[in-house]
Structures are given as structure tokens and as C-alpha cells.
Ligand binder design. Structure first.
Ligand code: SAM
Length: 302
């Protein structure tokens, strides 16, 4: 009897490879505008590159035009034409003039306002870690003051090298810091009539959470002293004693109905409240200055 043989197993006809193993046909060359590309796909790719390059050139051109327009608005000459040395000097002079006008107007606004001293007469009682934190808080105060349209004079009295280490690492400290002055110990300045920095004893208020009376309104020409202390409640009444020693009044800030977790604030938060509360809107000033984690609505320091 003959056995039946299926076609696929017949040894005479070769098994066709599975479809997936069939190599694709080689791409056909494609000719466009007299140029032959290896394939239509290659042509499309080349067109895309050409379009992108053209767009880049257009964008560059637009940017150049925009710059030129702005320069013309400022009354400067086209950079394309080689700017003469004189033109460059003139442009720099104009920039410097504008800068010094801004500085002058800020300085005159500060001179007609109150001023603030951060009193660092606590060098012997603060730890190195506390001095490092204080250094950062001093820098926050300076940076906040710089951003104000109506800044105040900020002075740092009697700080030692350890406290100045952090701000000392920042550009321009202290000589080129605007509306900032480093002075000797506050005791020498209060009631003094010497050449340098003097404070009128009757117009000086030491700020302290331990005071009985509250600051109502910030007075122009007055000096408000913030204790340069980071003590985590270790040094209670230290500032009241210091105020007595200096012979000046002390006052606390009006912090409202106990929304904050603490009545003792950091140096920079007190400074911010002073700058924001100059019109007597203490509630808003406190809310904006104290960060959320402490019960306010302010931003965290970075
Ligand atoms: C961290 S506190 C130091 C607390 C310190 N035990 C003391 O005797 O002042 C830093 C400074 O911020 C000011 N300060 C803090 N909370 C204040 C408040 N509620 N009212 C007024 N000034 C405050 C004070 O000048 C204080 O010295």
C-alpha cells in the first residue's frame, strides 16, 4: 500500500521561508528636481533638514532685527557698524548715570525713613553654630532690603569674624553692599557725638519679645535695634537687660492674636516685618513675613 505524502513534507518542493524572514525589497532611487536620492524616504529626510535650517536662519534674523530695534529705541548705534571707542564710552557713561540715579533715589528714600541695627554684642554667649545661623539671617536681611523699592539703612554692630564668615563669602560684603554699614559695638554709638555712626538715645528702640509695650508706628529718624541672637529661648530677657544697659526703650512687635507658634522671631523675620509694617499694617506684615511652617503665609528663605 502506498503511503500518502503531504506537499509540505515532500522532499521535491523546497519549503518557502516564513514571511517575516523575507527581506524587504531594496529602496528605489528617487529623483526630484534633477537630484537623485537613494530613496523617497531619504528625500523626505533631506527636505526636513533643509526646512529646519531655513527656519533657524529666519529665527536668527528676527532676533537680530529685534535687538537692533531695541538698541535704536535706547538711542544706541547699530552694532553692525563698528562702534567707535567714543560711542562705547558714551554708552557706558549713560548706563553708569542711570545706575547712580537709581542708587541716589534709594539712598534718599532710606535717609528719610527709620533705620535698623542688628546688634551683635553677644559674641561671647553664642555658639559657633548659632553664629553661623546668624550670619545667614544677616544675609537674608540684606537681600530683602535690596529688593525693596523703599529700603532702609541696615547696620551691623560689633559682629565678630565667625558671625561675618557667611556674609563674608558673598559678593561685595561689606564695602559694596548697598545701604549697609558695619560699625563697632552699639554701646559706643548710643548717645555718641563722634565722627562715625551715632544713635540718638531718645530715638532708639530695642526690639524684644520680652518687652511690655508694643511698637505702634515706625518713626522716621528712629533707630530700631534687633538683637543679633540665635538662642532657641536660651537667653531670656537678654535684650531687655541690654536695653537697660544702653539706656534705651524696649518694645515688642504687635504679632496679633496668637496665630504664630511663637512670640520670639528670628532676626530676618523681624527685619521683614519692620520693612513691611512701615504704614502700621502689622497684621499683613506679619502674615507675609512668617513662613507657613511657623503659622504665617510667607515664603521659606532659600
Ligand atoms: C531669636 S530673637 C532672640 C531672643 C532673645 N532671647 C532675646 O532676649 O531677645 C532675635 C531678636 O529678634 C527680635 N525679636 C524677636 N521676636 C520679637 C518680638 N516678638 N518683638 C520684638 N522683637 C523681637 C529681638 O530683637 C531679638 O533679640
Amino acid at each position: 500500500m502506498m503511503s500518502s505524502v503531504s506537499p509540505s513534507t515532500s522532499s521535491n518542493s523546497p519549503t518557502p521561508p516564513p514571511k517575516s524572514h523575507i527581506p524587504p525589497p531594496p529602496p528605489k532611487p528617487y529623483t526630484h528636481d534633477g537630484v537623485t536620492y537613494p530613496s523617497k524616504k531619504a528625500w523626505k529626510k533631506a527636505m526636513k533638514t533643509v526646512k529646519w535650517e531655513a527656519k533657524k536662519i529666519k529665527m536668527k534674523e528676527e532676533k537680530r532685527e529685534e535687538k537692533k530695534r531695541k538698541r535704536e529705541e535706547r538711542g544706541e548705534k547699530d552694532m553692525g557698524e563698528e562702534r567707535s571707542e567714543e560711542d562705547k564710552i558714551e554708552a557706558k557713561r549713560r548706563r553708569d548715570d542711570k545706575k547712580s540715579q537709581i542708587l541716589e533715589s534709594r539712598a534718599s528714600s532710606a535717609a528719610s525713613s527709620f533705620n535698623v541695627v542688628i546688634d551683635c554684642g553677644w559674641n561671647n554667649v553664642l555658639t559657633s553654630k548659632e553664629k553661623k545661623s546668624l550670619g545667614k539671617q544677616i544675609a537674608y536681611c540684606y537681600s530683602f532690603n535690596r529688593k525693596q523699592s523703599s529700603p532702609v539703612w541696615l547696620r551691623l554692630s560689633g559682629a565678630d569674624e565667625e558671625t561675618k564668615k557667611y556674609p563674608g563669602g558673598l559678593e561685595g560684603f561689606p564695602a559694596r553692599w548697598e545701604l549697609f554699614e558695619e560699625t563697632g559695638d552699639l554701646k559706643g554709638a548710643v548717645g555718641g557725638e563722634g565722627k562715625g555712626f551715632n544713635v540718638d538715645r531718645d530715638k532708639c528702640i530695642y526690639l524684644t519679645a520680652d518687652a511690655k509695650e508694643t511698637v505702634e508706628k515706625l518713626e522716621p529718624g528712629y533707630t530700631y535695634v534687633i538683637g543679633g541672637i540665635v538662642d532657641r529661648n536660651r537667653l531670656t530677657n537678654a535684650t531687655v537687660d541690654r536695653a537697660t544697659d544702653l539706656g534705651v526703650e524696649c518694645r515688642k512687635l504687635a504679632l496679633g492674636g496668637g496665630v504664630l507658634g511663637t512670640k520670639v522671631l528670628t532676626v530676618n523675620h523681624v527685619f521683614e516685618i519692620l520693612c513691611r509694617g512701615r504704614d502700621g499694617e502689622w497684621g499683613e506684615a506679619v502674615e507675609k513675613s512668617i513662613p507657613k511652617r511657623k503659622g504665617g503665609h510667607g515664603e521659606e528663605e532659600k
